[in-house]
Ligand binder design. Structure first.
Ligand code: AMP
Length: 113
């Protein structure tokens, strides 16, 4: 999508601190980290949120996204990490291209705020 910031990051049109990349998934560092390790995992295919993504995705596509997040989390911290997906205004979603947050490197409170 032409005016989507994460589509532009995937395409390399906006700089980002990339951690891992495949043809379909990109892992990069969050600009405003909420933990010592705060990564974002995005699919190449634009979808506004998780609901829209899974409505059109093959199971393999969903699996690849979570596999990338899991690998990134374990690499960041073998002692634990958290995957967060915000969908919609109530959850605080601010960028409307599906992204998985991977947070690690500190004790993560539960329940989250
Ligand atoms: P959410 O509130 O779940 O939509 O999360 C959006 C996340 O994207 C926030 O944690 C932002 O800090 C992050 N973010 C926004 N723009 C950029 C960017 N250009 N590079 C890296 N992270 C970004």
């Amino acid at each position: 999508m032409s005016d989507c910031i994460f589509c532009k990051i995937f395409a390399g049109e906006i700089p980002a601190k990339e951690v891992a990349r495949t043809d379909d998934v990109l892992v990069f560092r969050d600009l405003n980290p909420q933990a010592p390790h705060h990564l974002l995992v995005i699919p190449k295919r634009h979808a506004t949120d998780l609901g829209d993504f899974v409505a059109a995705a093959r199971a393999e596509e969903v699996g690849d996204l979570f596999a990338a997040a899991s690998r990134a989390g374990r690499a960041a911290s073998p002692s634990g990490y958290r995957i967060v997906v915000n969908e919609g205004v109530d959850a605080g979603q601010t960028v409307f291209h599906l992204h998985l947050h991977v947070l690690a490197g500190r004790n993560l409170d539960w329940p989250p705020g």
